[in-house]
Design a binder for this molecule. Structure first.
Ligand code: 3BY
Ligand code: FES
Ligand code: FE
Length: 427
C-alpha cells in the first residue's frame, strides 16, 4: 500500500484519543499550569472517577491521628472513593489499616466512623477477625476443609509519622519517607501520642475537591473574606513568599532566633514535585499567640514539651488531602474527602494536650470559632467558584504568579501526578 508521510502526520494529529484516560493525559500535557483547569476537571463525573483512581487510590492520604486510636481495638473508618478502609490499633499496639470488606461475601465490617472492638466482627454472618486482620472464626458451617488462613483481611499500606496516620491503597505506594521523617521531627515537640481531639467538625461543600484545595493555597481572597482569621494570620504564605517585605522578614527572623534557642524546628522544607509536601513555621501577627478571636491561648495547657506560647503556626501541607496549623496550645488538622465531581467533605479536628480539661483549660467555642467561620467563608468561595465554572462561558483563567504561586504549585503537582500515574499504569 502506498503511504505518504505528510498524510500520516495529518491523520495522527487529528486522531481522537482512544480512551478517556488518554484524553485527560493529553489535555493536561498541553495545559499551562499557570491557568485554572478546563471545565471538565471541575464538573465531569467521568474525570472525577479517573482522578480518584489515579490520585486517591494511589497516593498517600492523611486519614487521622494516632491519638484517635490510643488503645488496642480502637479504630477509625474512612471511605476512599468507593473503598471502605478501617484503621485499627492492633493487639501489639501497632497501627494497621485494612480494606473494611469481609472476606466471606464482602460486607462492610466496621460500620461506625470510630469505635472500640475486642475483635473485628462482620455484622452479616459474624466472621470474626483478629485486630491484625487474621480470620479467627467463621462458624461451623464452612465445611471441614475450610482454611481460615486463606481469608485474612486485605491489608492497606499504612505509615505513621509524629502522630499522623497516612494510608495508600496502591500495592506499590510512592516513596515519600523523606517527608514522613521530617514531619516526625517537626511534630516531636507536640507529643501527639499524648494529645486528644477536643472538637471535630465535618462540612459538605458543593464544589470539586480541587477548588477546595486551590482556595486553600492562596490568601489573595483573605482580605475580602476572612476578618476573623486575619486577626492573627499574616497573609504571606511562607517564608519564601515572593511578596515578603523587609519588615516581614525581620519579624520572621526575630521569632526564629527564639525558636532556635528552644529547639523548635521552623525551617521551610518542601518535598516532591512542585512542593507537594511542605512544612514551615510562620509567625502570627506581633503579640498574637494563636488563632483565636482575642489572640490569646485557647488552651492553658501547652502541647507536649512546648514552653513558649509564641510559636506562630507550623503549616503542614500534604497533597492531595490535608493542610494543618500546629500552634503552641493546639493543632488544627484538615482533611479533604472528595465525594463526587461537585461535592467535597472537609473535616477539621482541633487537637489539645490529652490532660487539658474542657471548661477549665479550654472552651470549645473559643477554640474553634476562628476556623469555623473561616471554613464557612471558604465554603462559600469554593461554591461560588463552582457555580461560575458550571457555566458554558467559563474558560481557564490566569493565576497571579505572586499571590497564587501556591495554586500554581498545586495544579503543577496535580497535572504532573495525573500524567505520571496514567502513563505508568493506565487504569
Ligand atoms: O491558612 C491557610 O490554611 C490557608 C493558607 C493561606 C490562606 N489560607 C487561609
Ligand atoms: Fe461477612 Fe458474611 S459477609 S460474615
Ligand atoms: Fe480562605
Amino acid at each position: 500500500m502506498e503511504t505518504n508521510m505528510a498524510n500520516l502526520d495529518i491523520i495522527e494529529s487529528e486522531m481522537l484519543p482512544a480512551t478517556l484516560e488518554e484524553e485527560i493525559a493529553v489535555t493536561l500535557k498541553n495545559h499551562p499550569v499557570t491557568y485554572s483547569l478546563p471545565r471538565d476537571f471541575y464538573t465531569s463525573e467521568e474525570y472525577f472517577n479517573v482522578e480518584m483512581k489515579q490520585i486517591f487510590e494511589k497516593e498517600w492520604l492523611f486519614v487521622g491521628l494516632t491519638c484517635e486510636i490510643p488503645r488496642k481495638g480502637n479504630y477509625i473508618t474512612q471511605q476512599i472513593a468507593g473503598n471502605p478502609v478501617v484503621i485499627v490499633r492492633d493487639q501489639n499496639n501497632e497501627v494497621k489499616a485494612f480494606h473494611n470488606v469481609c472476606r466471606h461475601r464482602g460486607s462492610k465490617i466496621c460500620l461506625a466512623s470510630k469505635g472500640k472492638a475486642a475483635k473485628l466482627v462482620c455484622p452479616y454472618h459474624q466472621w470474626t477477625y483478629e485486630l491484625d486482620g487474621d480470620l479467627l472464626f467463621a462458624g461451623t458451617e464452612m465445611g471441614e476443609d475450610f482454611d481460615l488462613k486463606k481469608f485474612h483481611l486485605k491489608p492497606v499500606n499504612c505509615k505513621t509519622a509524629g502522630g499522623y496516620i497516612f494510608i495508600s491503597l496502591s500495592k506499590n505506594p510512592p516513596n515519600i519517607d523523606d517527608f514522613f521523617e521530617t514531619l516526625a521531627h517537626y511534630l516531636e515537640p507536640y507529643d501527639l501520642e499524648n494529645a486528644k481531639v477536643a472538637s471535630e467538625k465535618t462540612i459538605m461543600e458543593d464544589a470539586n475537591w480541587k477548588l477546595v484545595i486551590e482556595n486553600n493555597r492562596e490568601c489573595y481572597h483573605c482580605n475580602g473574606s476572612h476578618p476573623e482569621l486575619l486577626g492573627s494570620l499574616l497573609e504571606w504564605d511562607d517564608t519564601d513568599d515572593p511578596r515578603a517585605t523587609d519588615e516581614f522578614k525581620q519579624h520572621v527572623a526575630s521569632k526564629q532566633a527564639k525558636w532556635d534557642e528552644e529547639g523548635i524546628p521552623h525551617e521551610h522544607k518542601s518535598f516532591g514535585h512542585a512542593k507537594r509536601n511542605r512544612i514551615v513555621r510562620m509567625p502570627l501577627k506581633e503579640g498574637i499567640m494563636v488563632m483565636t478571636m482575642d489572640g490569646k491561648l485557647a488552651c492553658d495547657k501547652l502541647m507536649g514539651r512546648i514552653k513558649n506560647p509564641d510559636l506562630g503556626s507550623m503549616r503542614i501541607l500534604h497533597l492531595p488531602n490535608s493542610w494543618n496549623h500546629a500552634q503552641s496550645d493546639h493543632l488544627i488538622a484538615f482533611q479533604v474527602r472528595p465525594i463526587s465531581a461537585t461535592k467535597t467533605e472537609v473535616t477539621t479536628k482541633w487537637i489539645v494536650h490529652k490532660d487539658a480539661v474542657e471548661g477549665k483549660d479550654y472552651d470549645v467555642d473559643n477554640l474553634t470559632v476562628v476556623w469555623d467561620q473561616t471554613n464557612l467563608q471558604d465554603r462559600t468561595l469554593a461554591e461560588n467558584n463552582q457555580r461560575g465554572i458550571n457555566s458554558s462561558a467559563y474558560e481557564p483563567g490566569p493565576y497571579s504568579p505572586t499571590y497564587e504561586f501556591g495554586v500554581i504549585n498545586f495544579i503543577d503537582w496535580f497535572s504532573h501526578t495525573m500524567q505520571a500515574n496514567l502513563n505508568a499504569g493506565g487504569k
